[in-house]
Design a protein around this ligand. Structure first.
Ligand SMILES: [Zn+2]
Length: 420
């Protein structure tokens, strides 16, 4: 199988450039497209036309995840894709590159006259920019969001319900429960995504083979003290929650470092009330974002920092309490597919690195039902969720080169398993 990398690189670059245009982004300064806005629907229409020209039947799940196949429903297929929505100040590569690469794999196979049973997907609303819920399309598909919560979801733009927007966009949210059927025929799933970090760039390799996706626990620690006059209250008569908050932030950092590789923790939101230069705060709050491949390790960090917070607060005559916002467990990728991708990278002489993903992706959900893996393409300086986001389309072409033999092999072994 000889893939013309230069030609694929040019086509990927042209597609990314095209999808930066005014038809596909609400802003010209950054990429802005979230579920159901005209620019998002135009992006789906673009991919629909590309896939139809390659002989795919394009369909949508009940909320608008694009599902394109070159075999009838009921036939085993290998899945490829990502998402094509952006965050509200996004770059041209996050998600979209994965769908463009999936289309290029289909095109390359067609040029090589190799017929592989494939399904391309572009998940709805991965970024939470339209309705505030991360991985919305894939979580709906995996039945991971309670029905009542889905009914409560409102558009960040106009406050109207998600389900109303879905049906106005031409989808059939009444059939929500049938969304999971889109995964029924998948024997394997591979998502290509930009790394969004700088591990690959620093290692000087063109491709990351993802071994697992971190889970996360999100929560808040609130410390309550007593508001007072900043000048008139002596240092030994204060119940100031801010120094306690500072100790807790440092302890969180220490715990995460101590946990070692594949675990990170961030206090990304800190606030105090009231926020006045001449007053001792009455209350302070810090958010916790703890991520790891290992669910137990995340729990240990959250429990330890909570206990530390309670003690640190009580030493100062304050109180502290933790409340969880939400969590998702991490997942390992399918070892056979990971190995297959590494073998194909080796065969194509592509320097690669096995690594975990600190960011969540739709594949976190898909992997619950389908043997899954991901490939990372380096992104410049690790910058993502920013208009400055940039990836080398030559690296994306390398991903296509690795995926072409990989999907052939995955289809063959899946068919064998199906027969046995
Ligand atoms: Zn993404």
């Amino acid at each position: 199988m000889i893939v013309d990398r230069d030609r694929i690189e040019r086509r990927i670059a042209a597609a990314i450039e095209h999808l930066r245009g005014p038809r596909y982004s609400r802003s010209l300064r950054a990429i802005q497209r979230h579920a159901y806005i005209p620019e998002y629907m135009a992006t789906l229409a673009y991919f629909t036309a590309e896939l139809e020209s390659l002989g795919f039947d394009v369909d949508f799940d009940p909320v608008g995840t694009l599902v394109a196949r070159n075999r009838p429903v009921g036939t085993p297929v290998v899945g490829l894709g990502s998402h094509c929505d952006s965050n509200r100040n996004g770059g041209a590569f996050d998600g979209t590159l994965g769908v463009v690469v999936a289309v290029e794999v289909c095109r390359s196979l067609s040029e090589l006259e190799i017929d592989v049973p494939l399904q391309v997907m572009s998940f709805l609303e991965e970024e939470a920019s339209g309705f505030g819920e991360l991985l919305l399309g894939s979580r709906v598909m995996l039945n991971d969001i309670p029905r009542e919560r889905i009914q409560e979801l409102r558009s960040i733009d106009d406050g109207r319900p998600f389900l109303e927007h879905a049906s106005e966009a031409g989808f059939c949210p009444d059939a929500l429960d049938r969304s999971g059927e889109a995964l029924d025929d998948l024997i394997a799933w591979i998502e290509v995504h930009i790394e969004q970090g700088r591990v690959l760039q620093d290692a000087g390799v063109a491709l990351g083979v993802v071994s697992g996706i971190y889970g996360y626990i999100h929560g808040d620690i609130t410390i309550t003290g007593r508001g007072d006059h900043a000048g008139a209250t002596p240092m030994n008569a204060r119940f100031d929650p801010v120094p306690a908050m500072a100790e807790i932030v440092l302890e969180l950092e220490r715990l995460a470092r101590e946990a070692g590789a594949d675990t990170v923790a961030t206090a990304g939101e800190v606030d105090v009330a009231p926020r006045l230069i001449n007053a001792i705060a009455e209350r302070a709050r810090l958010s916790l974002d703890v991520r790891s491949l290992d669910g137990g390790r995340m729990e240990v960090i959250v429990d330890s920092v909570t206990q530390f917070a309670v003690e640190a607060a009580s030493r100062r005559g304050l109180s502290a309490a933790y409340a969880e916002r939400g969590r998702a467990m991490g997942t390992g990728m399918n070892p056979e597919i990971v190995q297959l991708l590494e073998d194909c990278a080796e065969a194509a002489d592509v320097p690669h690195l096995r690594m975990a993903s600190g960011a969540v992706h739709d594949t976190l959900m898909v992997a619950r039902r389908v043997p899954s893996a991901m490939l990372f393409v380096p992104c410049r300086d690790g910058v993502s969720h920013s208009p400055d986001e940039h990836a080398n389309c030559g690296d994306a072409a390398i991903a296509v080169d690795v995926l072409v033999p990989a999907v052939c092999a995955a289809a063959r072994s899946g068919t064998r398993k199906g027969r046995s």
